[in-house]
Design a protein around this ligand. Structure first.
Ligand code: GDP
Length: 295
């Protein structure tokens, strides 16, 4: 992930740092190259344009060009703007309610079930929480089984859903059960489809209305690039998501989804999936990711 973007930007920055003095033309040339590198990484066209415009506006000032280290300053401006693009400060999950409800949504195959198990493990390990896993995807028969298996592997309790139940009923009953059994976080693994469809959105809206989730996390496969961003927008418009989990960051995606989703949807990435193992989930830190991309 980001490897070819990092290589391209590294070249641009080496050139610009090599100048003892910078002219406006040097900066324009560098920004043209930054723009191309971002477009090649599959970043949304409008996001790239706004990003380059912001960097240009800050970099063209005489205090930057006349400074002792103009190249260094331009690189710093790119870094700062990239942190903003990626969402600024990392934000914690809203777990105030008891039990706190986290609704996990997204298309089929994006990694919802895996992410629910990963999150439950993280919450138990790092926040000493007592999570409850709720399989609510009754359409893909293997989904319930898959979450039950992961739950027993991790020794985390799961609601005994079956495919003949209604997903809204499952979620409401599971919430009652979680209260009764003293679980303090409930993770709802909702159904996905291959494409966004009305029936799915209605079902998810009903689950939201009945369970009052503090978090609605949209799970997206990083490998699907700009499609992931478009789907994130539809889910956000209908449900008001609170954050994004970008999975399969260990694949060779170019990085376009990661760099576009915040600007397009207004919602930040909260976690990234970095592999198939249950421990492969990391909190997303925009500043660290920007530093990694910029080398
Ligand atoms: P769901 O249909 O949205 O519930 O998706 P699943 O959780 O079943 O995941 C679909 C596939 O993606 C499974 O084979 C997972 O092991 C895989 N997967 C999920 N997250 C990641 C990740 O971060 N990295 C990799 N490499 N694979 C993942």
């Amino acid at each position: 992930m980001f490897d070819s973007l990092t290589d391209r930007l590294d070249d641009v920055f080496r050139k610009i740092r090599g100048h003892a003095r910078l002219t406006e033309e040097n900066v324009q040339t560098a920004l043209r190259e930054v723009r191309l590198a971002l477009l090649e990484a599959d970043v949304n066209f409008k996001v790239v344009k706004d990003f380059v415009d912001r960097v240009r506006e800050r970099a063209m000032g005489q205090d930057v060009l006349k400074s002792l280290t103009p190249g260094q300053q331009v690189v710093k401006i790119v870094h700062d703007e990239m942190v903003e693009l990626l969402g600024g400060e990392a934000r914690e999950l809203d777990l105030k309610a008891s039990p706190a409800v986290i609704m996990v949504v997204g298309l089929q195959g994006s990694g919802k079930t895996t992410t629910c198990a990963k999150l439950a493990l993280k919450l138990r390990r790092e926040l000493k929480r007592k999570p409850y896993l709720v399989p609510a995807d009754v359409y893909r028969p293997a989904a319930i089984d898959q979450l039950h298996k992961l739950a027993s592997q991790l020794d985390i309790e799961a609601f005994p859903s079956t495919t003949d139940q209604n997903p809204v009923d499952i979620c409401t009953a599971a919430l009652e059960e979680a209260k009764r059994t003293g679980h303090d976080v409930v993770l709802l693994d909702t159904a996905g489809r291959l494409h966004v469809d009305e029936a799915l959105m209605e079902e998810l809206s009903a689950i939201k209305a009945k369970t009052g989730p503090g978090e609605i996390l949209f799970v997206a496969d990083a490998m699907t690039g700009q499609d992931a961003v478009t789907v994130a927008s539809s889910f956000n418009d209908r449900l008001g998501v609170t954050g994004v989990v970008l999975t399969k960051m260990d694949g060779d995606a170019r990085g376009g989804a990661a760099l576009s989703v915040r600007q397009v949807t207004g919602k930040s990435i909260k976690f990234v999936g970095t592999g198939e193992k249950v421990s492969d989930l990391e909190v997303f830190h925009p500043d660290r990711v920007a530093s990694r991309i910029l080398g």
